[in-house]
Write a protein that binds this ligand. Structure first.
Ligand code: 1GP
Length: 248
């Protein structure tokens, strides 16, 4: 089980790197480089998802990844149409930073029976959109306001509420391509307030920032754009994220 493995890793102080693949943006032929580097450098997860469905390549992308490697494939869906049995797990996202009932519980009701029957491992996730300094797709598409980037107390209280509601992870996301990634201080504050694993992403462009995030208490680092633009970055990102892991 992917979640149990994450909890185990958290107990042992091990950190995880997830490479985000947006099936819409990625040309299938440019995936080979990313997959090869991801396997060579032992990344922990592929997250697969995006905001739109323009090219409808989800199944194709999942099929290609599955064929090429054993890295767990976790859906990170932008909407309830981005579901597929070909993945291993799904982040069942509730946008707890927002006040849009559809994204707190509405779309979940629609997809729940599908997920119940599916072989996917469902990982309930308190998803928090943090202001990344540019008007990112998440706030536009979700019709919600992000949490201001310096309001650590709001982030902490939101994360505590998510944990108390039974969510299994907290995802602090400043949005794909964010100018300002989630701050170290906010990650530290949330880390000090909840026991569940913390996922962070949005605008992480270099290994120094990835390292800063894990040092602040993040358990999983998600990187999309930077690796899409330069698949060679996987090596440095993996080295930074895994640098504190105990060798076995
Ligand atoms: C966005 O956390 C992800 O949801 C990744 O963001 O594409 O900026 O790395 P980037």
């Amino acid at each position: 089980m992917i979640y149990n493995n994450l909890i185990e890793a958290k107990k042992n102080g091990q950190k995880k790197l997830a490479v985000l693949i947006d099936p819409d943006k990625l040309r299938l032929n440019s995936m080979d480089h990313i997959i090869r580097n991801s396997v060579d450098h032992n990344i922990d997860y592929f997250f697969i998802g995006g905001s739109l469905i323009v090219n409808d390549q989800l199944d194709e992308v999942l099929g290609k990844l599955k064929e090429a490697c054993d890295i767990p494939l976790i859906l990170f869906p932008g909407n309830s149409m981005q579901l597929s049995y070909k993945a291993d797990a799904i982040l069942f996202l509730s946008l707890i930073s927002g006040r849009n009932p559809e994204l707190l519980i509405g779309t979940h009701v629609i997809s729940a029976p599908y997920l119940k029957l599916s072989p996917l491992e469902v990982i309930s996730t308190g998803y928090m959109n943090i202001d990344g300094g540019v008007s990112t797709t998440v706030s536009y598409m979700s019709n919600t306001n992000p949490i201001p980037k310096d309001k650590n107390d709001i982030a902490v209280c939101t994360a505590i509420a998510g944990e108390m509601l039974g969510m299994k992870t907290i995802y602090l996301d400043s949005g794909s391509g964010a100018k300002f990634p989630v701050s170290k201080e906010m990650i530290e504050s949330v880390h000090g307030a909840v026991d569940i694993p913390i996922i962070t992403g949005g605008g992480i462009r270099n290994p120094e920032k990835a390292f800063e995030n894990i040092s602040a208490g993040a358990d999983v680092i998600v990187i999309g754009n930077a690796i899409e633009n330069d698949p060679g970055l996987v090596a440095e990102m993996a080295a930074a994220v895994h640098s504190k892991n105990l060798k076995v």
